[in-house]
Design a protein around this ligand. Structure first.
Ligand SMILES: O=C(O)c1ccccc1NCC(=O)[C@H](O)[C@H](O)COP(=O)(O)O
Length: 266
C-alpha cells in the first residue's frame, strides 16, 4: 500500500467519528444559511503569479515543520503579503490539522480559502462548504473516474471552486476530460513522496491554455517559483517554505514579484 492509500484509510476512520457527531442533514441546514463562496478561478487566473499560501504544521515527508499555535495570525500575514488564497490542511493524523483551523482562518481573512485534505466522500464536500471554504481539493490519484465526477459535480453545485490535482500525464487527461478549470500539478508523488519540480515543467504543456494551472509542492526558493512561473504556472501552492520563514508576509510578496517577472520573461 502506498502512502496515499495509507493516509486515506486514516481519513476514513476519522471521518466516521465526525459523521457520528454531525449528520449530513445538519451540515446541509448550516450550508443553506451561508453566503455563497468566493469564485476563485478569476483571482487565481488573473495576470501575474498568484500564491496559495498553506497552513501546514507537519507532513509525512518532513515530519514536524512549524508550531502554528495561531493559524489566523499566519493567514493574516499571508493575506497582507498578497496571497490570493490560504490553503488549510485539515487532516489530523499526518499533518496536525483540523477543521477548526479552517474556521479560525475563515474568520480572520477575506481571501479565498482552500480546504486541503483527502476528500473521498460527499459528506466531506458538504463539510468543506459548511466550514466556510471557497475551494476544495480533489486528488485524481485517490479517486475512481466515477467518484471524481460525482464529487466534482457536487462541489461545483455548492459553489466551491475545485482544485483538481494531478501528478502524471494520464491524470492530466482525466482532469481535462472531467472539464476541470483549475488544475494543480503536484510535484510530489503521493505514493512514494519523491519531489521533482520538473514534473510541473513536463505536464504544464499538456494542460489546455484555457485552464488555470497551479504548481504544487517542493517550491522552496525564489528560483523554484521563477522556474515554474516561466513554465506556465498561473499560481503556486506553497507550504513548507512559508511556514518555516520568519517573515511569511515578506516571503509571499517576494514569490509574487519574482514569479510575475518570470512569467513576463518567458
Ligand atoms: O507534504 C507531504 O509530505 C504530503 C505527503 C502526502 C500527501 C500530501 C502531502 N502534502 C500535501 C500537499 O499537497 C502540500 O502540503 C502542498 O502542496 C505544499 O507542499 P510544500 O510546499 O512542499 O510544503
Amino acid at each position: 500500500m502506498g502512502v496515499l492509500d495509507d493516509i486515506v484509510v486514516g481519513v476514513r476512520e476519522d471521518l466516521a467519528e465526525r459523521q457520528a457527531q454531525v449528520g449530513l442533514t445538519e451540515l446541509q441546514t448550516i450550508v443553506a444559511t451561508m453566503p455563497a463562496p468566493r469564485d476563485m478561478l478569476g483571482p487565481l487566473g488573473a495576470p501575474g503569479l498568484s500564491v496559495i499560501a498553506e497552513v501546514k504544521r507537519s507532513s509525512p515527508s518532513k515530519g514536524a515543520l512549524a508550531d502554528i499555535p495561531d493559524p489566523a495570525a499566519l493567514a493574516r500575514a499571508y493575506a497582507a503579503g498578497g496571497a490570493s488564497a490560504v490553503s488549510v490542511l485539515t487532516e489530523r493524523r499526518r499533518f496536525g490539522g483540523d477543521l477548526s483551523d479552517l474556521a479560525a482562518v475563515r474568520a480572520a481573512v477575506d481571501v479565498g480559502i482552500l480546504r486541503k485534505d483527502f476528500v473521498v466522500t460527499d459528506y466531506q464536500v458538504w463539510e468543506t462548504r459548511a466550514a466556510g471554504a471557497d475551494l476544495v481539493l480533489l486528488i485524481v490519484a485517490a479517486l475512481s473516474d466515477a467518484d471524481l465526477a460525482r464529487l466534482y459535480a457536487l462541489a461545483t453545485s455548492l459553489g466551491l471552486t475545485v482544485l483538481v490535482e494531478v501528478h502524471t500525464a494520464e491524470e492530466v487527461r482525466r482532469a481535462v476530460d472531467l472539464g476541470a478549470r483549475l488544475i494543480g500539478v503536484n510535484n510530489r508523488n503521493l505514493h512514494t513522496l519523491e519531489v521533482d519540480i520538473a514534473q510541473f515543467e513536463r505536464l504544464s504543456a499538456l494542460i489546455p491554455p484555457d485552464r488555470v494551472r497551479v504548481a504544487e509542492s517542493g517550491l522552496l526558493s525564489v528560483a523554484d517559483v521563477e522556474r515554474v512561473a516561466a513554465a506556465g504556472a498561473d499560481a503556486v501552492l506553497v507550504g513548507e517554505a512559508l511556514v518555516k520563514d520568519g517573515d511569511p508576509r515578506r516571503a509571499v510578496a517576494q514569490f509574487i514579484a519574482a514569479g510575475t517577472a518570470a512569467q513576463k520573461g518567458k
